[in-house]
Design a protein around this ligand. Structure first.
Ligand code: SME
Length: 173
């Protein structure tokens, strides 16, 4: 045991210090400023929030919003920041996004290679978080974040994204 520990190589890759390195409150304040500034332009506000999160949090490698088309039972990509994706539309139930559309529960997938119901947008992506957006208690869409880092997301990200979604729900809808 002891010798195993001594020979274990410590690199930043096997450390998980996301929480201590991110100032979620400062970023949330920036989101409030964006929403106040672009209140009359929902697309612009969402796009700016995507850009902010993608730029300021190094492991948020793709940030986007999908919204539900209830009649066609599919999610449609709205604003995003990161590599363009082919998956601009996702059927309810398919992939991580589609599962969240169906269950209305946030999903954190620490290793996408182990998730059977997964739609790959970029082979470099290793983990993903999807958090639903509720307007008057109705699930209308979601924020989706991909990371090239394995096991990138935890409950701090989930809480942070829930707050952002509440802010959006109350001010842009
Ligand atoms: N990986 C998602 C698809 C959307 S992309 O990540 C942008 C999924 O499995 O639903």
């Amino acid at each position: 045991m002891d010798s195993d520990f001594k020979h274990h190589t410590l690199t930043m890759d096997n450390c998980n210090f996301n929480f201590s390195l991110i100032n979620y409150s400062a970023l949330f304040k920036n989101c409030i400023e964006i929403v106040n500034k672009y209140q009359s332009n929902q697309n612009l506000a969402l796009g700016e929030i995507c850009r902010l999160l993608n730029e300021k949090i190094d492991f948020y490698d793709w940030v986007g919003f999908y919204f539900l088309n209830e009649d066609q039972k599919k999610l449609v990509l709205s604003s995003f920041s990161g590599k363009p994706t082919e998956h601009k539309e996702i059927p309810v139930g398919k992939g991580i996004c589609g599962q969240v559309a169906k269950t209305s529960k946030s999903l954190i997938v620490s290793d996408v290679s182990k998730e059977k119901n997964y739609i790959s947008c970029d082979i470099e992506v290793k983990s993903e978080i999807v958090v639903p957006i509720f307007v008057d208690s109705k699930n209308i869409g979601q924020i989706d974040i991909d990371s090239k880092k394995l096991n990138a997301f935890d409950e701090n990200d989930e809480n942070f994204l829930k707050q952002i979604n509440d802010l959006i729900s109350k001010n842009l809808f």
